[in-house]
Design a protein around this ligand. Structure first.
Ligand code: 2AM
Ligand code: CA
Ligand code: CA
Ligand code: CA
Length: 279
């Protein structure tokens, strides 16, 4: 395990790098007609800036800490997570927003040691929102401590929903649509803002009560998980059990009451889909 003083050293160095990488995103965000490539589908986008920011961060960190490992959305061909210090990087979370100059995307970067997050940084350079957490030291927004909300009932909760269902292609099947509608009806309201990392930070700072998603990769959740738990929230599997960080499914909430209420509905949705053969 890395000592607290080496963690602080890593944190300071990577925060500085993240802020300068943020300048690249901020400047490019307003540019129209960005060069966009498709990955697995016409809605799965990547720009030159995604790749440039990931390269910048990895080169910068490797130059300072040569024995650290990396998992990055744009450069990792396969995901191999070991106990070694590993930086888990999403260079732009919310690429669709970035492509449209919608100012809601971020760099998400976390340090895993022994497969657990010990540093989490989520930075939206367009709105100058910097969410940070270190294991055991609380969570912060622009240096001010943040806490999850105290709401305990679904009927007064605001939910961050990204519209991905549990089916193999994460499509909006009729069951998923019905589930999303009933959640929106039975909660205060729901939001779909296009960045998993920032959704998690909305839960952490008490602006929303819950976020869940299917299809998430480890770089989507690495930093946000620590920021939520350090802010007093809970991060579990969608069924309420222990989180498997590589399982592509996650439920993050402000407390156990909201966690139980959502896990119950997500388990019911999965059962319904399994019966239909959609899962
Ligand atoms: P990205 O912008 O880094 O690609 C948008 O709904 C959020 O989900 C973003 O955090 C986005 O990350 C992520 N995302 C992208 N493709 C996804 C998929 N197929 N399933 C689930 N989440 C996805
Ligand atoms: Ca992507
Ligand atoms: Ca992402
Ligand atoms: Ca990304």
């Amino acid at each position: 395990m890395a000592s607290n003083s080496s963690l602080d050293l890593f944190y300071d160095a990577v925060l500085t790098l993240t802020k300068s990488a943020g300048q690249i995103i901020r400047e490019k965000n307003l540019e129209r007609n960005k060069y966009v490539e498709f990955k697995k589908s016409p809605k799965d986008l990547v720009t030159e800036t995604d790749k440039q920011v990931e390269r910048y961060l990895i080169d910068g960190i490797a130059g300072k800490f040569p024995d650290h490992k990396f998992i990055g959305e744009e450069s990792s061909k396969e995901i191999v997570l070991t106990d070694a210090p590993t930086w888990v990087i999403d260079p732009i979370d919310g690429t669709m927003n970035f492509v449209h100059s919608f100012p809601h995307s971020c760099i998400s970067i976390a340090l895993y040691v022994n497969k657990q997050p010990v540093i989490g940084i989520v930075y939206n350079p367009m709105l100058e929102q910097l969410f940070t957490a270190r294991k055991g030291q609380g969570a912060y927004l622009n240096g001010q401590p943040i806490k999850v909300s105290q709401v305990k009932t679904l009927s007064t909760a605001l939910l961050m929903l990204e519209n991905w269902g549990p089916s193999p292609n994460y499509q909006l099947t009729p069951e998923v649509q019905e589930h999303l509608k009933s959640l929106s009806d039975d909660s205060h309201s729901s939001r779909c803002l296009g960045s998993a990392a920032l959704d998690l930070c909305m839960v952490a700072c008490g602006a929303a009560e819950a976020y869940y998603s299917y299809g998430l990769q480890v770089w989507d959740i690495a930093a946000g998980e620590l920021i939520v738990t350090e802010a007093g929230g809970m991060v579990t599997d969608v069924n309420g059990g222990p989180l498997d960080r590589l399982a592509k499914r996650m439920l993050a909430t402000n407390n156990k009451e909201i966690n139980d209420a959502l896990a119950e509905r997500l388990v019911a949705l999965e059962e319904k889909m399994k019966k239909k053969g959609d899962l």
